[in-house]
Design a protein around this ligand. Structure first.
Ligand code: ADP
Ligand code: MG
Length: 642
C-alpha cells in the first residue's frame, strides 16, 4: 500500500477509532468478568471501573463526529453525525455504556472504511502519474546529452529513451524504432511498434529498442496527466442514483427519527411497558435512521467503476455516463474508422474525358494532404506508393466540408474531392455507379466545377467487429444501428457482413444528429460510437457519446463522454459490461441497505433488535458489505469480456 491509502489508517480519526474500540472491548470484558450487568436504570451512570472505560471510549470515538453534529444542528439538518451523537448520549444516560461505546467505535470504523475505499480508488489513478519517470535525458542543441527533471520538459525538447525505460513526455518519434507497451494509457499491454513520425505517450514503456523523440507537450500536460485530471473530476460528480438516494435520505432520516421519538414517548404515555424499555427501542431506531450505508452505496460503486475503467484505458466522465451506459439497449455506430479499419485502400483511379489517371491522383493529393480523413490518408498513401506528388504551386483556401469532402484552390484552379453533393448540377459519370455497386466508396475529383476523375476506395470491417457486436447484443444492447455518410451499397455490404440490421446511409453530420435524436425518442438512452472529430455533434446528441482511439487526440479525450484510449473495438463490450455490473451493484447495495434497515427497524420496535445489533449490522455491517461489493468492480478486466 502506498502512502495515500495508508494515511487513512493513520489519521487522528483512525487513532481515536482504535482507542475507542479498545476501550469498548476492555470495558465490556471487565463488566462481564465482574458479573455486574450494566443495566442500571434511569439516568444512573455508574462511574466504576468498566463504566469509566466505556465512557472514555464513547467520548474518544464520538469526538470524530461530535463537531460535525454541532455543525449539522446549526444548519438545522438531521444528519447521521447528529443521530449518532444523540444515540450515544442516550445510551449512556439510560445506563447502557457498552452500547454507547460500541456506537462510537463502530460508526467511526464504518466512516474509516468508506474513506479508505475511496482513497484506494483515488490512489489507483494517481499511481499512474507517479509511475511516470522523474528524470529525462535530453539532447542539447550542441548535440550532447544532459539529464534533467522530467517536470522541466517543454515542447520541442529532444529526448532519448533507452530500452526498458519509460517515455517521460508525450512526443513524436524522430529516430529509432521499438515496441512500446502503452498499457498505462490505453490499457493494452501488447506492445505497439513505433517508428519515426509515430506518437508516443508519457508513462509508456519502451521495450527492446531505442527511441529519440521530440516532445509535443509540456510536462504536466501529457495525455496521462489529462486522464488523471478527468478521472478526478469524474469521481467528484454525483450520479443520478446518488442524487436520488440523497433526496430519499432527506425524507427517510427525519421519518425514522420521528418514529423513534414516537416510540420513546407514545407507549409509556399509554401505559404500556416501562419508559426505559421504550427509550432503548427508540434509541435503536435512531441508530437505524442513520442512512450511512445507503448514502455511500452508490458513490463508492461509481468511484470504483470509473477508476477500474481508467486503469484499463476506458475514460468514463462521471457516474451519469456510467449509469446511462449500463442502462442502454440501443447503440448507434459510425462506420468509417469505427466499425471499419478506417485504413482504406485505393482500388481504382480513373480519369474522365481523357484526363490521365495520374493527373487525377495528383490533383486529389494536392487537396487531401491537408485533410485528416481516412479517405484523404488513403489517397496520399497511394500517391506516395506511385511516386507521384502534388502539382507544384500554392494551395489556398482549403476547406473541409464535413461529410461531403474537401475544397481548395491549387494554382488558381478550384479543386474539389468528395461526394456528388459537392458537384451539384454536374452529370455523374457512369463508372461512378458501377464502382459503387461493387461496394466501394467512390469520390469525385473536380476542377473548376467540372468532374475530371474518380477514385474508388475499399474499406474492410475490423476483424473484431462482428464478434464485438454479437457480444454487445448478448449484453443487452439489442438495437444496433449504423449511421454513415457513405452510400447505401457500401454501408449495406458492411452491415450485412457484421450482422447489423438497421443502416442509415448518406447522412451529413447534421443528419446523424437527427438520427440519434430520433433513436432517443424511441429508446430514451442511446449510446453512439464514433470518431471524436467528424462525429462530435452526433456524439454530443447521444446520451453517451463514445469515442475510440482517443489517446492520440486531446480534443476527443475532452469532448467524449466515454473515451476508449486504445483504437480497439473490444474495449466497448468491456465498458458496457462494467457499466452493467456497476448498475447491478448499485441496485443491490441500495436494496440491501434499505432492506436491512427496514427489517432492523421492525425488530427494534418489537424489541427483538438490541442497540448493539443495530450498530453492528445496520451500520458497520451494511457499510462494509456495500463497500466490499463495490470493490468487486476492480476485478473485471477487458480480458473477461472477450
Ligand atoms: P462516415 O460517416 O462513414 O464516417 P464521413 O461522414 O466522414 O463518413 O464522410 C462521408 C462521405 O463524405 C465519405 O464517404 C466521402 O464520400 C466524403 N468525404 C468526407 N471527407 C472526405 C475527404 N477528405 N475526401 C474525400 N471525400 C470525403
Ligand atoms: Mg467517420
Amino acid at each position: 500500500m502506498t502512502s495515500l491509502a495508508r494515511s487513512v489508517w493513520k489519521t487522528p480519526e483512525a487513532w481515536r477509532t482504535y482507542l475507542a474500540g479498545a476501550l469498548w472491548i476492555a470495558g465490556t470484558v471487565v463488566s462481564v468478568a465482574t458479573g455486574e450487568p450494566d443495566v442500571a436504570g434511569w439516568l444512573r451512570i455508574r462511574l466504576d471501573g468498566p463504566g469509566l472505560l466505556l465512557l472514555a471510549g464513547a467520548l474518544i470515538g464520538g469526538w470524530n463526529f461530535f463537531p460535525k453534529a454541532v455543525t449539522a444542528v446549526r444548519r438545522r439538518r438531521l444528519d447521521m453525525n447528529f443521530l449518532m451523537t444523540v444515540a450515544i448520549a442516550g445510551a449512556i444516560l439510560i445506563g447502557e455504556p457498552i452500547e454507547g461505546a460500541a456506537i462510537a467505535a463502530l460508526f467511526s470504523l464504518a466512516e474509516l472504511l468508506e474513506a479508505a475505499a475511496v482513497a484506494r480508488a483515488r490512489r489507483s489513478i494517481e499511481e499512474l502519474v507517479r509511475l511516470a519517470p522523474v528524470r529525462a535525458r535530453v539532447v542539447t542543441p550542441e548535440g550532447t546529452e544532459r539529464e534533467i527533471a522530467a517536470s522541466e520538459l517543454t515542447k520541442g525538447h529532444r529526448v532519448r529513451v533507452r530500452p526498458g525505460e519509460q517515455v517521460p513526455i508525450d512526443g513524436r518519434v524522430l529516430e529509432g524504432a521499438s515496441g512500446v507497451d502503452e498499457a498505462t494509457v490505453t490499457g493494452e499491454s501488447v506492445p505497439v511498434t513505433k517508428r519515426p513520425g509515430d506518437p508516443v505517450y508519457a508513462g509508456t514503456l519502451v521495450a527492446e529498442g531505442y527511441l529519440e523523440i521530440e516532445a509535443t507537450t509540456d510536462a504536466g500536460d501529457t495525455t496521462l496527466d489529462r486522464i488523471v485530471k478527468l478521472v478526478r473530476q469524474a469521481q467528484a460528480q454525483r450520479s443520478p442514483s446518488e442524487r436520488l438516494v440523497e433526496r430519499f435520505a432527506r425524507y427517510y432520516t427525519p421519518a425514522v427519527t420521528g418514529l423513534a421519538v414516537l416510540t420513546m414517548a407514545l407507549p409509556p404515555f399509554l401505559g404500556w411497558g416501562t419508559g426505559l424499555e421504550w427509550l432503548t427501542r427508540g434509541l435503536t431506531l435512531l441508530v437505524i435512521a442513520c442512512p450511512c450505508a445507503l448514502v455511500i452505496a452508490t458513490p463508492v460503486t461509481v468511484v470504483s467503476a470509473i477508476t477500474s475503467a481508467a486503469r484499463h484505458g476506458v475514460l468514463i466522465k462521471g457516474g451519469e455516463y456510467l449509469e446511462a451506459l449500463g442502462r442502454t439497449c440501443a447503440m448507434a455506430f459510425d462506420k468509417t474508422g469505427s466499425l471499419t479499419e478506417g485504413r482504406l485502400n485505393v482500388s481504382e483511379v480513373e480519369g474522365i474525358d481523357g484526363t490521365p489517371p495520374d493527373e487525377v491522383l495528383r490533383l486529389a493529393v494536392a487537396v487531401e494532404q491537408r485533410s485528416e480523413h481516412p479517405i484523404a490518408r488513403a489517397i496520399v498513401r497511394r500517391a506516395l506508393e506511385q511516386g507521384l506528388s502534388a502539382p507544384a504551386g500554392e494551395v489556398t483556401g482549403f476547406e473541409a466540408r464535413t461529410g461531403r469532402g474537401v475544397v481548395a484552390t491549387v494554382n488558381g484552379r478550384e479543386i474539389r474531392v468528395g461526394t456528388p453533393d459537392l458537384f451539384a448540377g454536374s452529370l455523374l459519370p457512369e463508372r461512378f455507379g458501377e464502382l459503387e455497386r461493387q461496394g466501394k466508396t467512390v469520390v469525385l475529383i473536380g476542377e473548376n466545377g467540372r468532374v475530371v476523375g474518380l477514385i474508388a476506395l475499399a474499406d474492410q470491417p475490423r476483424p473484431a467487429a462482428a464478434r464485438v457486436l454479437r457480444r454487445l447484443g448478448r449484453l443487452g444492447v439489442h438495437q444496433q444501428v449504423m449511421l454513415t455518410g457513405d452510400h447505401e451499397l457500401v454501408a449495406g455490404r458492411i452491415a450485412q457482413e457484421l450482422g447489423i440490421a438497421t443502416v442509415r446511409a448518406r447522412l451529413l453530420p447534421e443528419d446523424k444528429v437527427r438520427a440519434v435524436e430520433a433513436l432517443r425518442r424511441e429508446h430514451t438512452t442511446v449510446a453512439m460510437l464514433g470518431d471524436g472529430v467528424n462525429d462530435a455533434p452526433a456524439l454530443a446528441a447521444a446520451s453517451v457519446g463514445i469515442a475510440m482511439g482517443a489517446a492520440g487526440s486531446p480534443a476527443t479525450i475532452e469532448t467524449a463522454d466515454v473515451a476508449l484510449m486504445a483504437d480497439d473495438l473490444a474495449m466497448l463490450p468491456y465498458a458496457v459490461r462494467l457499466a452493467k455490473l456497476a448498475r447491478r451493484i448499485i441496485r443491490f447495495n441500495i436494496v440491501l441497505a434499505l432492506g436491512l434497515k427496514l427489517v432492523l427497524a421492525g425488530g427494534a420496535i418489537g424489541g427483538a433488535v438490541s442497540l448493539l445489533v443495530a450498530v453492528l449490522v445496520g451500520d458497520m455491517g451494511a457499510s462494509l458489505v456495500v463497500t466490499l461489493n463495490a470493490m468487486r468492480l476492480a476485478q473485471l478486466g477487458p480480458e473477461d469480456v472477450r
